[in-house]
Design a protein around this ligand. Structure first.
Ligand code: FMN
Length: 332
């Protein structure tokens, strides 16, 4: 699977009007590139997609064919073959090139991209053989449609795991985690989060030396990231709405999900002595040391206390939804 954001585009449709990619936002989009209107393979492919269009639409998908033909040629094609899929004209092959749907000789490489509701390419077919292709795309869409309606796999998979190995984490990986954190939203885009990456063995040992007993499991961690901020770095609004902690939390949440995707563990803790850690790291008193994020690769649960091992291997524990949710009115 590929996960990259699709470029925005504006092309002329077979009916001559401008079609912008934003028109498909919130829907699935099957974008297929074909070489030339009214030729046998392209006709069969367009007819196969047309025959299944109702099925695709039931799954909230639109089908768009793109070729270098002029809109008038595409319009003749649509009429002659009774096609109901939308055709877009890409005369200078800009979009085809952006999607890597060009052969070395500059011709169109018959290709199909399945783009999700968020504009991310989730499946692609290159050098398409027309027979059975539309049906194969439909089957892939069906599976995506179903899984996208469930809780996001990364949210489901993220756990505050404690079994860590002492294998190193690379600088590249750490920078990707920080970048992910830094892409979080924040009030007025203030970006109040600040991070200190601690990977130097002496500094790490000093930090671990301040850990309370309950956080014994942090010992093997090759990296600890301190997240700190202070109220004036973010919005301070009426009714105690100081947003620096909230926004820093969003950033750490991004970091945890990114770590999960990368097979890493990023576990935020509150169990440390803030004054001591601030002293070790030289963080001035006016800053709040919000959390230490214990970073590493998965280790052996056998190294954990019995209680932690049970939590590590057991199912997630959560309050019932009714305890945290009410509709339309406050409820205790
Ligand atoms: C702000 C914060 C502080 C935490 N502090 C600790 C800690 O000091 N030690 C620890 O073992 N786990 C700590 N945790 C982990 C939580 O116990 C854990 O997230 C919770 O039990 C839910 O489990 P889950 O994250 O696997 O869904 C902390 C989590 C958060 C978000």
């Amino acid at each position: 699977m590929l996960f990259h954001q699709v470029p925005q585009f504006t092309l002329r449709s077979h009916s001559g009007e401008e079609a912008q990619s934003a028109r498909f936002a919130g829907k699935y989009l099957v974008l297929y590139f074909y070489p030339k209107a009214n030729t046998p393979g392209c006709t069969r492919e367009a007819q196969d997609f047309t025959a299944l269009l109702t099925e695709f639409r039931k799954l909230d998908a639109e089908i768009v064919g793109v070729s270098p033909d002029k809109p008038e040629a595409q319009d003749r094609f649509v009429r002659a073959k009774s096609l109901t899929v939308t055709m877009l004209s890409d005369p200078d092959k800009t979009l085809a090139s952006e999607f890597g749907a060009l052969k070395e000789n500059g011709g169109i490489l018959r290709s199909t991209f399945l783009i999700d509701r968020a504009g991310i390419v989730r499946a692609q077919w290159k050098k398409v053989k027309v027979a059975g292709h539309a049906q194969a795309v439909l089957e892939t869409l069906k599976a995506l449609y179903e899984s996208d309606r469930r809780i996001s796999p990364l949210i489901a998979a993220r756990r505050a795991r404690r079994a860590l190995s002492d294998d190193p984490v690379t600088k590249d990986e750490i920078e990707t985690l920080i970048e992910a954190a830094h892409l979080a939203p924040s009030c007025f885009n203030n970006q109040p989060w600040r991070f200190i990456v601690v990977d130097n063995p002496d500094a790490l040992a000093s930090l671990k030396g301040t850990m309370p007993k309950g956080n014994y499991w942090t010992e093997p961690a090759p990296v600890i990231i301190a997240a700190y901020s202070e109220p004036d770095l973010d919005c301070r609004l009426s009714d105690n709405r100081d947003y620096f902690l909230f926004d820093s939390g969003l950033a750490v949440s991004n970091m945890m999900l990114q770590a999960t995707q990368m097979g890493l563990i990023a576990h935020p803790i509150a169990g440390y002595k803030p004054m001591k850690v601030k002293e070790v790291l030289g963080i001035p008193a006016e800053y709040v040391l919000i959390t230490l994020i214990v970073l590493g690769r998965p280790g052996n649960p056998a190294d954990l206390s019995e209680e932690h091992r049970e939590e590590e291997l057991g199912a997630r524990r959560r309050k019932a939804l009714v305890e945290v949710l009410s509709w339309n009115q406050f409820k205790l």
